[in-house]
Design a protein around this ligand. Structure first.
Ligand code: ADP
Length: 501
């Protein structure tokens, strides 16, 4: 693409502001590992490292034997959707899933009372059971387990005092229901389920990153390295990894099964860098933060997750548009249109991150697909979007997306370093282990799934981390786990039942 025009030279300068160099990756990874360690000691850290009380990964051999009708339920409350599913594990790495999904209405996310949210969720569970004719009559019930066990994938920072207890620390991802903060979300959900008289017991609370690990673990061939790290890049972001119990120096309130010597820790890395300013930052990041519902909080999330990447792009494009000389989206107009408040270029938070994926994927000469996406996303008539305008958007989207994905890789790499697994690596043992990878990372979320080249950017960042480098990076396997959080939540119910047995 030719880049001679004033617009494109300005765009190139802006892209440089979003650079995330190998030095940036190294500096951030250093700080990340330090913060992960502080979190294990219970010291003030931007990653608070919450124990999950899940101490082993699924083998793929788990079978439903304690659960009613051979089925466990999974529930995933995400930043965008609510998913309810039932999972029947066959015990041979396969499972049968029924799933339903609805967007979480905005008014539910900011309900005045906890009932607004948990009443909505229990109704959806009731409808799911009814739709799939899973509602029971009394004669169907196994007297020792007259309920469906439900794994609740709840992906907000929650303090766990046991596998089925989660005290909400703070809301993220646009939710804001003050009454729920400091409450046990499992109890709140159970009360609403009981009010509807549903045969369902909230048995485990799981965050989506752990659910992703479990569903990938269940389906991988038995000869494959088990995933011990999980990462989500969807509306929000989080990472979970298997930590040696001996390294956890802070007190834990719940009963810990000691038999494996390990436990999955939820890093809560979305809030990494809340105070430190080690991450690369631009004036657009600052503006985005100031206008968010949680300024100064979830800073890492604001550089890497779907809720924010589209907004960053909107802010940059708005700055370009505001400079009349650059003539962005104005080439074919006689006079520039006045800012129209009904157009979503002026609407905060109106831009979905999917435009970044479209921009990255469209490599055609005319950028026709991207032009039509720009038109629908920013509600700008397609005839005033020139190929040069589209190219400007493509370059900026790439710069923002690439930075996000490289920082995602920095987080994944830091957790790999912290997990201690690299100490098991030696050239010799690797030669004898054949095709098995040293470590397996399960990834889920729409950004990870749809952004082209996301994994390659992650791998670039991994190579830039000195403890990993060119030598170890090829021995890291990374894979997606489709519908990981809801299915994985149901699997955790079963793994938990096996714990200590
Ligand atoms: P949740 O976080 O609710 O589980 P998802 O994993 O689907 O849901 O993530 C939704 C987020 O992903 C939204 O913030 C949206 O902006 C972003 N997103 C949706 N589609 C795409 C896409 N094609 N490319 C990149 N990001 C996307």
């Amino acid at each position: 693409y030719a880049t001679s025009a004033p617009l494109l030279s300005r765009v190139q300068k802006l892209c440089q502001e979003f650079e995330c160099t190998n030095d940036d990756v190294r500096r951030c990874a250093n700080e990340f590992v330090h913060e992960l360690e502080l979190g294990l000691h219970g010291r003030t850290a931007s990653v608070c490292q919450i124990p999950t009380y899940v101490t082993q990964v699924a083998t793929g051999r788990e079978k439903v034997f304690i659960i009613l009708k051979g089925i466990a339920l999974g529930l995933d409350l995400g930043g965008t959707n609510l998913r309810v599913c039932s999972v029947e594990l066959k015990g041979d790495s396969t499972f049968r899933v029924l799933q339903s999904q609805v967007p979480v209405p905005r008014d539910v996310m900011v309900s005045k009372t906890s009932k607004g949210l948990f009443g909505f969720i229990s109704q959806r569970i009731g409808l799911f059971l009814e739709h799939h004719q899973l509602s029971l009559n009394v004669t169907d019930m196994d007297p020792s387990h007259p309920y469906f066990a439900l794994g609740f994938s709840f992906s907000f920072p929650a303090y766990q005092a046991g596998i089925n207890s989660g005290i909400l620390l703070r809301w993220t991802k646009g939710y804001d229901i003050p009454e729920v903060v400091n409450q046990d979300v499992c109890m709140l959900l159970q009360s609403e389920i009981d009010l509807l008289k549903l045969p369902v017991k909230v048995t485990a609370i799981v965050n989506d990153a752990l659910g992703t690990i479990m569903s990938r673990a269940y389906t991988l061939p038995l000869t494959h390295t088990r995933p011990t790290i999980g990462a989500i890049f969807g509306t929000g972001t989080n990472g979970v990894y298997l930590q040696n119990l001996s390294g956890i120096a802070k007190p834990m309130d719940g009963m810990v099964d000691q038999s494996t010597g390990t436990m999955f820790m939820s890093t809560e890395w979305g809030s990494f860098d809340n105070k430190l300013s080690v991450l690369p930052v631009t004036r657009f990041d600052i503006e985005l933060d100031v206008h968010s519902v949680n300024p100064g909080d979830q800073i890492f999330e604001k550089r890497t997750s779907g809720m924010f990447l589209g907004e960053l792009l909107r802010l940059v494009i708005l700055e370009l548009y505001s400079d009349e000389h650059l003539r962005l989206f104005r080439e074919r107009c006689q006079s520039a249109p006045d800012p129209d408040p009904s157009v979503s270029l002026w609407h905060r938070w109106s831009v979905d991150a999917s435009i970044l994926s479209t921009a990255e994927a469209d490599d055609s000469d005319t950028l026709e697909t991207l032009r039509s996406k720009i038109s629908s996303t920013f509600r700008i008539a397609s005839e005033i979007i020139s190929a040069e305008d589209a190219l400007a958007v493509k370059l900026l989207a790439n710069a923002i997306g690439r930075r996000g994905a490289r920082l995602a890789g920095t987080a994944v790499g830091s957790v790999i370093v912290q997990s201690g697994i690299l100490s098991q690596y030696s050239i010799q043992s690797n030669a004898t282990s054949g095709a098995r990878s040293l470590v397996d990372v399960a990834i889920d979320g729409s950004v990870a799934e749809h952004y082209p080249g996301f994994e390659n950017y992650i791998r670039d960042a991994l190579r830039a981390i000195p403890q990993i480098g060119d030598e170890i990076e090829p021995h890291i396997s990374i894979g997606q786990a489709k519908d990981g959080s809801s299915v994985g939540a149901a699997i955790v119910v079963l793994v938990a039942a096996h714990q200590g047995t």
